[in-house]
Structures are given as structure tokens and as C-alpha cells.
Design a protein around this ligand. Structure first.
Ligand code: SAM
Length: 334
């Protein structure tokens, strides 16, 4: 059993929860979750969840719960998992924080670690392992804060990009949408309205075989430029989402942000017809029982359209973007 304490992005709590559950499903984990305070959960899992945390955009903090007695924790196993050489060079750690009123102190943890790993040392600047002590449901626990996908994704926010038009999607939301498409590394991902490639960049960073297309050649050029800027690989081409250049049953998962008829053009097509044709094409190119995740606005009856094409509608998440725009996210299965 592997135990964790995780905190979700409060402003996108529902989406964050669905992103996490999609990843749990994708990786075949079986978990027990208990909310211990608003947006913070204890999670017990049958498999390690580190790979899932590295995928997630909307988990703001993840910690592995190591145990409550420093003398009962397998420090060798933990430090060995970080060791990159066989010459037994000293490993480094730092105790980041001890919550108020905890009985476990720095000296207890130091003594227990040094008794098992003699050449270990403390590094305040670049420790390999960071630890903290928390009170969880009235008991003290030594925890190990873990990296999340969010830590890296924030570096790719629109404000840091060399090119970001107004319709471009934020990196955190892009990553969450890709995760809703339930794909494992090396599976085939498609964004058929890729614009400047926000979803493609995140998909490629997560090790998916990434394909993108857009009707606008300028956007295709921008996508290629940004993928190169971030040094990740994807195949991007000019194509109409109403007539996708892929064979039937070729794609493992789709996530996309089509035009809403506001800041990005539909090139003369009515929104209804555009979604109808794109969903039909999505259904054709997707393998069986795979996911298509699409943004839309409330004035487009996407759920009815999707059902009439043959999709199962699994969920629709509502996000208020600003006073004039509510974005819905539909999770469909072929
Ligand atoms: C909301 S934007 C996508 C933004 C993108 N996610 C990004 O971060 O840059 C919608 C995109 O759909 C494209 N588009 C509109 N009609 C299309 C069609 N029929 N086929 C393919 N792309 C189309 C537009 O050129 C635009 O780039």
C-alpha cells in the first residue's frame, strides 16, 4: 500500500478531481480517497502514484506519507531510489518544514537517517530528498514532498511564451485536457484544432505520440515554432477538422479546443455544423472505447450531437471563464 496526501487547485477543484481520477483510471490504479480538509485528500493506492503526479496539472502539492516513527522507515530504500552512481557518493537531504505541535523533531529524523546511511549529508540548497513533518488527523507523519507536472507546466504559461495570441490556451488547462483523454506514454494523441499548439506541447512533454492539425497555415507554423522552442516533437499539418487526414481507428485519444465563434474564426461554417462534422470525424478516426475531450459553449448542443453520432457522454464540466464566456468540457467515449 502506498499512502499520499494531495492538494488540488482550489479554483478548478472539480476539474482537478476529474483530471486525477482520469489518470488513476489510465494507469490502472485502485485508490481510496478521503477528504481531510477542503481540497486536501489522503489517498491510499495499490501502486505508486509518482508517475501520475508528474502528469498532473492541477495537483498543487503531493506528498508521500513515509511513516510516523523515523526508526521504522526504510531510509535505505528511499535514498537508494535517488542514487545515480555505484560509488556510494554521499546522498543529500533537507527537512523542509515541521508543522507546529508535532512531536517528531529534526534531531530524531537526522539520527534515524544517519544510523542507516552513514555518508548522507544535509544540503539546504540542492537536496536530493526533501522531507517534512505533518500532523494528519491528530498524528505526526514524516512525509516526502514530490514533484508534480504543475511544477514544470507553470514555466510554459502563456506569459512566458514568445508567441501567444488571445485564443491560445493556458498551459495548465491544456495539460489537464490532455490528461482527460486517458492516454499512456507512446499512445497516439490528436488535437485537430491545434491553433498555436498549447495542447500539443503538453502532450509531447508527457511522452505521447502527438499529432496536431489546424485549418490556418499561420497557426500550424506557430505550433511548429513553439514545439521547436520547447524542444519537443509532434507532427503538425494543415487540415480541416471536418475532413481529417487519418485512417479510421488510428487515434488513441483526442483533446481539443475548437472555435467558439468569439476570438477565433470558424471560416464561414456555422458552429453547429462545424461541431457536428468534427465529432463525426473524431468518431471515425478514434479507436473503439477511446476518449474525445472537447471544449464548447452552452449554445452548442454537443451532448446531443455526440450521442447521435454514437459517443457515450461521460461527463460535462462547467468553467466560468469571464462574464461573456462559460466554457464546458465534454468527456466522450467512442
Ligand atoms: C480556440 S482556437 C485553438 C487554440 C489552441 N488551443 C491554442 O492554444 O492556440 C481554435 C482553432 O481552430 C481553428 N479552426 C477553425 N476552423 C477549423 C477547421 N474547420 N478545421 C481545423 N481548424 C479549424 C482555428 O484556426 C483556431 O486555430
Amino acid at each position: 500500500m502506498f499512502s499520499y496526501r494531495i492538494t488540488f487547485d482550489g479554483s478548478l477543484r472539480d476539474l482537478a478531481m476529474i483530471e486525477f481520477l482520469s489518470l488513476i483510471n489510465t494507469y490502472g490504479a485502485s485508490v481510496n480517497m478521503q477528504e481531510i480538509k477542503y481540497k486536501t485528500f489522503l489517498v491510499d493506492s495499490n501502486i505508486p502514484l509518482e508517475a501520475i503526479f508528474l502528469r498532473s496539472a492541477l495537483i498543487t502539492r503531493a506528498e508521500r506519507i513515509l511513516g510516523s516513527d523515523p526508526w521504522n522507515i526504510d531510509w535505505n530504500k528511499l535514498f537508494n531510489s535517488f542514487s545515480t552512481d555505484s560509488n556510494n557518493i554521499a546522498l543529500t537531504y533537507r527537512i523542509e518544514k515541521i508543522e507546529p505541535n508535532c512531536k517528531i523533531g529534526i534531531k530524531d529524523i537526522d539520527a534515524a537517517i544517519r544510523s542507516t546511511i552513514p555518508n548522507v549529508r544535509v544540503s539546504m540548497t540542492y537536496p536530493q530528498i526533501v522531507l517534512c513533518v505533518r500532523k494528519i488527523q491528530k498524528h505526526d507523519f514524516i512525509c516526502q514532498p514530490l514533484k508534480t507536472g504543475r511544477d514544470y507546466c507553470l514555466e510554459r504559461q502563456l506569459k512566458y511564451r514568445p508567441y501567444a495570441p488571445s485564443a491560445a490556451m493556458d498551459s495548465l488547462l491544456s495539460r489537464a485536457l490532455v490528461n482527460l483523454s486517458h492516454l499512456l506514454p507512446n499512445e497516439i494523441f490528436l488535437d485537430p484544432f491545434c491553433g498555436t499548439g498549447s495542447l500539443l506541447i503538453e502532450a509531447a512533454f508527457m511522452g505521447l505520440k502527438t499529432f496536431g492539425s489546424d485549418i490556418n497555415p499561420q497557426h500550424v507554423r506557430a505550433s511548429r515554432m513553439l514545439l521547436e522552442y520547447y524542444n519537443v516533437q509532434a507532427t503538425v499539418r494543415i487540415a480541416d477538422a471536418r475532413d481529417l487526414p487519418f485512417e479510421d481507428n488510428f487515434i488513441d485519444g483526442i483533446a481539443t479546443d475548437p472555435p467558439y465563434g468569439l476570438s477565433s474564426s470558424t471560416y464561414g461554417e456555422s458552429l453547429y455544423r462545424l461541431y457536428e462534422k468534427f465529432l463525426g470525424e473524431g468518431y471515425r478516426v478514434l479507436k473503439d472505447s477511446r476518449f474525445l475531450v472537447t471544449c464548447f459553449t452552452p449554445n452548442i448542443p454537443v451532448t446531443e450531437l455526440a450521442k447521435s453520432i454514437g459517443f457515450e457522454v461521460l461527463d460535462v464540466i462547467t468553467m466560468r471563464v469571464h462574464s461573456k464566456l462559460t466554457r464546458l468540457i465534454g468527456i466522450l467515449r467512442s
